[in-house]
Design a protein around this ligand. Structure first.
Ligand code: PLP
Length: 768
């Protein structure tokens, strides 16, 4: 796309006149944001229509979450007009940076939702016909603040700036029918721009609405009371994103959301497919589906139901589904594998439940051992099993994760269907996670190896011969990024950190398995070592955290409080705060991540081995030239393969050792043998910290020291090795050798481009 200054300003002014009865001179920020965005949308419209009307085979990516972040800068970048737009706006006195206030579209929790967003961008950039289908939540992931160190949640009104990057397509609304209500699903389409290639795919998000405005006939059949209730319930379905990450919530509203999304999407896709005149039996040659975790797995029985309404037999419908659907597993944690109460499902969606039961009967008829293979058992529907039974391919998201799926989680299914299981290691888009968030580094790389790496990230390895040469520039840019982040943190959090400190960062959802507690305990250990004079030459370090805890996740919230108490202690201690600061930033989200990732020196990826399926935060840091301080878990394993284990800092129990460790595990014994550790752990109960009388810190203490399965994630077991490696890392920090390790990581991050991931999906699964 090209922007002509006069023409573009005329477009913007025309939109301002029509929509707000003002012009650029008198418009406010929100009006400017909407007008500028819409002017760009109008220019992109032809390319969008051309892409969507192509006749090629397409893949539909079904996901309950799309963590898109802020659209404006990413879209301008991909359309190739970011610099031009900046210049044009500045010529009329508008700083493009003013739109950094615009809310993120946080329609997802964390890694899973961000992955979906990266895949859409990368597929468009690789000219792969992939469209997203999901839910247009009225409120996304809650906004987090801290009061007295405790997390507070507020509604995320992401639409308060308007939604100029979406188009409401009311004429394509479809009805979704539950046993107790029928609602409209109205699609909002968001264009997904490929990087400077003219391709525009679509993210279609469904919003639930009452029948009334569109359908007087249905409305008139209802009477009095029911009308108000029906309207109330209708909008409620897509009101709010469930704020749980890696946990299952057995709420009927969640089930409603899932069915709403898949039913609307499939009706829409089938309606359009039928218009092409091709037979339904050929559908998988033209349309394939990727199910992002179990949240959209109801798509399988819904498709069976819809195909049988078209007159197909169960076997015919099953055959189509078994060629069209594919399933991505994201976790081995039992508490995240979705299971629904069979009666509740049957109550809400009888015709869908019937298809699930027929799948179970088919499985039985095939003679499968009912103890090993089941979909419905003891009144429970097992969504992952349904997905594996029907889908053509099942994939894990990093090699170690796929190995665990085959060996443990889905061992029986793997034995039955070895060819279904494939690995596709996750990735991130280098456009948002380098070109956009770290433009100076990108330019520095351009200078040395050209720009091909923008779309072929493995080209970064061409930097190998010039890494030493690049060192001063790399240090300079990193320093500048740290200065910027420090200024932002001072403004947003009210804490001053020096850009001369090492920036040691752990940002990700708060979860016990991710072990923010391990990081916190090590910081407290360093604090006492410095304070009491045993550690004399500690490398000045800023320990940064960012994480939201699910509102009902008691221990996760306790960990936030604990870290905030540590921050208060450390930052308020004049003698020690010369060597360390601790900041837990509020409301960590995609836009915050963009600022943090390019300014980090150390990337903390310290989950218990076997628990983090892949991680993608680790990849963002690596690409931006950061060493990983981590366990051999998820994609960390592959990061070490690519960049060299000697260029990262690896510690802790390996996945194969964990079962034996847990067999004889005694946290009390570890504490008895390590008095320094015992002391920092006991700060949770000895009055060092004040939890406002809530008892949350004592409960946290108990969870790692007492009870039937204490310290489930072996924090205490890994502590000594963690501290040993972390001390070594901090000694190395600042040297040329250290920054060379950082650069080595950057230069060998090519594998972790999601361009590679979507190409793998296309080649191994979608065949688009
Ligand atoms: C990348 C990202 C994540 C995932 O981080 P992990 O460390 O892989 O868990 C979560 N939230 C946001 C906002 C992200 O950008």
């Amino acid at each position: 796309m090209k922007l002509n200054k006069e023409e573009f300003l005329a477009d913007v002014n025309a939109i301002l006149r029509g929509d707000y009865a003002c012009d650029l001179a008198s418009a406010n920020k929100k009006e400017r944001y909407n007008a500028l965005s819409k002017a760009v949308m109008m220019k992109a419209y032809d390319a969008w229509m051309k892409s969507t009307q192509s006749k090629q085979k397409r893949c539909a990516y079904f996901s309950a979450e799309f963590l898109m972040g802020r659209a404006i800068y990413s879209n301008l970048l991909n359309l190739g007009v970011l610099d031009e737009a900046r210049k044009i706006m500045s010529s009329v006195g508008v700083d493009l940076g003013e739109f950094e206030e615009v809310e993120d579209a946080a329609l997802g929790n964390g890694g899973l939702g961000r992955l979906a967003a990266c895949y859409l961008e990368c597929a468009a950039s690789r000219d792969l016909p992939l469209d997203g289908y999901g839910i247009r939540y009225r409120y996304g992931l809650f906004r987090q603040t801290f009061a007295d160190g405790f997390q507070h949640e507020e509604g995320d009104d992401w639409l308060k700036w308007g939604d100029p990057w979406s188009v409401r397509v009311e004429r394509e609304a479809v009805k979704v029918v539950f046993s107790d209500q029928t609602v409209w699903a109205v699609p909002y389409d968001m264009p997904i721009f490929g990087y400077r290639n003219g391709v525009v795919n679509t993210l279609r998000l469904w919003q639930s609405e009452p029948l009334r405005p569109f359908d007087f006939a249905s409305f008139n059949e209802m009477k009095g009371e029911r009308i108000a209730e029906e309207n109330f319930n209708a909008t409620k379905i897509t009101d709010v994103l469930y704020p749980n990450d890696n946990t299952m919530v057995g709420k009927i509203l969640r089930l409603r959301q899932q069915y709403f999304m898949v039913s609307a999407s499939l009706q829409d896709i089938l309606r359009k497919y039928k218009k092409t005149g091709k037979p339904l039996s050929e559908l998988p040659e033209h349309r394939v589906f990727q199910l992002n975790d179990t949240h959209p797995v109801l798509a399988i029985p819904e498709m069976l139901r819809l195909l049988r309404l078209e007159g197909l037999s169960f076997e015919e419908a099953f055959d189509i589904c078994s060629r069209a659907f594919n399933f991505t597993n994201h976790t081995i944690m039992a508490e995240a594998l979705e299971k629904w109460d069979a009666l509740a499902l049957k109550d809400l969606l009888p015709a869908v439940y019937e298809q699930i039961v027929t799948c179970q009967q088919k499985l039985e008829k095939e003679g499968a051992d009912p103890n090993r293979y089941y979909i419905v058992k003891d009144g429970i529907v097992h969504m992952a099993n349904l997905a594996i039974y029907v889908c053509a391919k099942v994939n894990g998201v990093a090699q170690i994760h796929t190995d665990i799926l085959k060996r443990e989680t889905f061992r029986d299914w793997y034995e039955k269907y070895p060819d279904k299981f494939v690995n596709i290691t996750n990735g991130i888009t280098p456009r948002r996670w380098m070109l956009l968030n770290n433009p100076e580094m990108a330019k520095e790389i351009d200078k040395r190896i050209g720009t091909q790496w923008h779309t072929e990230l493995s080209e970064l390895s061409k930097l190998d011969p010039v890494l030493t040469e690049m060192l001063p520039a790399f240090r300079g840019i990193k320093k500048k990024n740290k200065e910027k982040l420090a200024a932002y943190i001072e403004k947003a959090e009210g804490v001053k950190i020096s850009p001369d400190f090492a920036f040691d960062v752990q940002v990700k959802r708060l979860h016990e398995y991710k072990r923010q507690l391990l990081n916190a305990l090590s910081i407290l250990y360093f604090y006492y070592e410095i304070k009491e004079g045993r550690m004399k030459d500690f490398t000045p370090t800023a320990f940064l955290f960012g994480a939201k805890a699910a509102p009902g996740y008691y221990n996760a919230k306790a960990i936030i409080k604990f870290i905030n108490e540590i921050a208060k202690l450390v930052n308020g201690d004049e003698a020690v705060s010369r060597y360390m600061k601790v900041v837990f930033v509020q409301n960590y989200n995609v836009s915050y991540a963009e600022k943090i990732v390019c300014a980090a020196d150390i990337s903390e990826q310290i989950s218990m081995a076997g628990m983090e399926a892949s991680g993608t935060g680790n990849m963002k840091f690596m690409l931006n030239g950061t060493v990983t301080l981590g366990t051999m878990d998820g994609a960390n394993v592959e990061i070490c393969e690519e960049a060299g284990i000697e260029n990262n800092y690896i510690f802790g129990a390996r996945v194969e050792d964990v079962p034996d460790i847990k067999k004889f595990y005694s946290p009390r014994q570890i504490l008895a043998e390590n008095p320094a550790l015992k002391r920092v752990v006991e700060t949770m109960i000895d009055g060092t910290f004040d939890d406002g009388g809530t008892g949350v810190l004592r409960k946290l203490y108990e969870s790692i020291v007492e009870g039937y399965d204490p310290d489930h994630y072996i924090v205490l077991y890994d502590f000594a090795d963690y501290v040993r490696v972390k001390e070594q890392l901090l000694r190395d920090y600042g040297t040329d050798e250290f920054y060379l390790k950082c650069l080595k990581n950057l230069a060998h991050s090519g594998k972790f481009s999601a361009d590679r991931s979507v190409s793998d999906y296309s080649r191994l699964i979608w065949h688009i």
